[in-house]
Design a protein around this ligand. Structure first.
Ligand SMILES: [Zn+2]
Length: 400
C-alpha cells in the first residue's frame, strides 16, 4: 500500500553506508526514505525504491549515523547559541541538566511547532542541591510536582560535598525527590562524586548517574547494583579533563574545527587566562586524580556491560566547548575501552532509552524521526571520523 501523498515532503538518501545505532553491522549500500520528517523505509539501496517526486540525494562514499544525543549538558546561558553549536557538531538532541528557566521551555515549544534552529532541547529545569532547594521532604515533593506541571523532562538531584566545602542533600531528601519523580513517571538523574553517595542513590532508585564515581574505584558490589537496578551512567570524562588540561596547553585548541564554530575570543581565553588560572589551581592535582579514577571506572563499567550513555557536562563554562567536547568524549570512550560501534550505540540507542525518548529518537528505524548525521568518513574505522561531518538532519530537515 502506498501511503505517500502529493503534499508529503519526501527525501531519499541513497548509496550510503548506514549504521543504525542498534549495534547491527553497517549496511553497505543503503537507502533511507524520509517522509515529513520521519523514516518511512530503510534498506538495501537496490530494494528501497524512491517514490516519484522525491528529492534523491546520492551519498556514495558517505556514512550515515544516528543523530548524536548528549545526555548531560548545560544550556542555561545563551541557549540559542549553544544549541546551534551542538547541531554544527552533529548533536541533534541535548538535555540541560539544571539551571534552566523559561527560555529553554519556549525554545522547546517552538521546536515542537517545527522551528528548529539547533539541537533539540530537553531540560530538567531546576536541580535540587542545597537545603534551601528542599528543606523538608514535603517541600521537595511539592517542588517535583511543580516541575511535572511545567513538563520538565526529568528531575535532577545533586549529592556532593564538593571536596568538603558544602553540606550535601540528606538521604531523606534525595529519597523523597526520586520517589516523587517516579510517581509522575519522570526519570530521576543524579550528580554525585563519591562511591557511597552513588550507592545510596541507586538504592533509592535513581535512573541515571550523570558522572563517574571519582573518589575511588568501583567494585563488584557497585557494578552488580548497577546491573540489578538497570541504572545508567553518562560517560562524562571530558568534564574532568577540562578541569586541568588547559594548564598543559593542549594542541587541540588549534584544531580548525574549533575555530570554524567558536568565537576566537573564547579560544584565546582558553589559551591564556584559563591556562594561567589552572596552572595556579590548588586543586590541580586532585582534578587530575579525578580524571584518572573516572577513566578507570569507565573501563570497568565497559567490561561489566552496564548501561553507558554519552555525556559531557559541556556548555556551562567557556572551558567546556559544547559540540566539540562530545567528539572529544567519544575519543576518550574508545581510548578507555569501547569500540567505535559501542560509542555509537551509547549516544543513540542507550541515550534515547536513558532519557525516555526512544519511541521517536535514538536509533534509525522505520517510524522514527529522521535525526541523522552524514559523515565523509566511516567512524567504525576511526572514532575521530565522527568529526568529518558532511550534513546534519534534524526531523528530516537539513540544519544550516
Ligand atoms: Zn552537569
Amino acid at each position: 500500500m502506498c501511503v505517500l501523498n502529493a503534499a508529503a515532503q519526501t527525501t531519499v538518501f541513497t548509496h550510503a553506508a548506514l549504521i543504525d545505532g542498534t549495534g547491527a553491522p553497517a549496511m553497505k549500500d543503503a537507502a533511507i526514505i524520509i517522509v515529513n520528517g520521519r523514516i518511512a523505509a530503510m534498506g538495501p539501496a537496490g530494494k528501497t525504491k524512491a517514490p516519484g517526486g522525491a528529492q534523491v540525494i546520492d551519498l556514495t562514499g558517505k556514512t550515515i549515523i544516528p543523530g548524536i544525543i548528549n545526555a548531560h549538558s548545560h544550556i542555561s546561558e545563551n541557549p540559542t547559541v549553544k544549541l546551534r553549536h551542538f547541531a554544527e557538531f552533529g548533536i541533534t538532541s541535548t538535555i540541560g541538566m539544571g539551571g534552566d528557566g523559561d527560555e529553554q521551555l519556549q525554545i522547546r515549544d517552538a521546536q515542537h511547532k517545527g522551528e528548529i534552529n539547533g539541537a533539540r532541547v530537553y531540560t530538567v529545569q531546576h536541580r535540587f542541591e542545597f537545603e534551601k532547594d528542599a528543606p523538608t521532604p514535603e517541600i521537595a515533593r511539592m517542588k517535583v510536582d511543580e516541575l511535572f506541571a511545567k513538563h520538565a523532562d526529568g528531575v535532577k538531584v545533586v549529592v556532593d560535598h564538593r571536596r568538603h566545602t558544602q553540606v550535601p542533600l540528606t538521604p531523606e531528601i534525595s529519597a523523597a525527590i526520586i520517589d516523587q519523580a517516579h510517581k509522575h513517571h519522570m526519570k530521576a538523574f543524579a550528580h554525585m562524586h563519591d562511591y557511597d553517595d552513588a550507592m545510596r542513590l541507586m538504592e533509592q532508585g535513581i535512573d541515571m548517574l550523570c558522572h563517574q564515581v571519582r573518589d575511588r574505584e568501583v567494585d563488584e558490589a557497585f557494578l552488580t547494583m548497577m546491573k540489578n537496578k538497570r541504572v545508567g551512567v553518562t560517560s562524562t570524562m571530558v568534564r574532568e579533563l577540562s578541569s586541568f588540561v588547559y594548564a598543559d596547553a593542549p594542541a587541540w585548541l588549534d584544531d580548525p574545527l574549533l575555530a570554524r564554530v567558536f568565537d576566537p575570543k573564547r579560544i584565546l581565553f582558553a589559551k591564556t587566562e584559563l591556562k594561567d588560572q589552572q596552572s595556579k589551581l590548588a586543586d590541580l592535582n586532585l582534578n587530575r586524580m579525578d580524571f584518572d579514577v573516572a577513566t578507570k571506572n569507565f573501563s570497568r563499567m565497559v567490561k561489566a556491560g552496564v548501561r553507558i550513555g554519552l555525556g559531557t557536562d559541556s556548555g556551562p563554562e567557556p572551558s567546556r566547548f559544547e559540540g566539540y567536547f562530545e567528539h572529544m568524549e567519544m575519543e576518550l570512550m574508545v581510548r578507555y575501552g569501547m569500540t567505535p560501534m559501542q560509542v555509537i550505540q551509547a549516544f543513540s540507542k542507550t541515550n534515547s532509552e536513558l532519557l525516555g525518548i526512544d519511541k521517536d529518537y535514538g536509533t534509525l528505524a522505520k517510524g522514527k524521526k529522521a535525526d541523522l548525521v552524514v559523515l565523509d568518513k566511516n567512524p567504525l574505522d576511526n572514532i575521530l571520523n565522527t568529526r568529518a561531518i558532511n550534513a546534519v538532519y534534524i526531523d528530516g530537515k537539513k540544519f544550516e
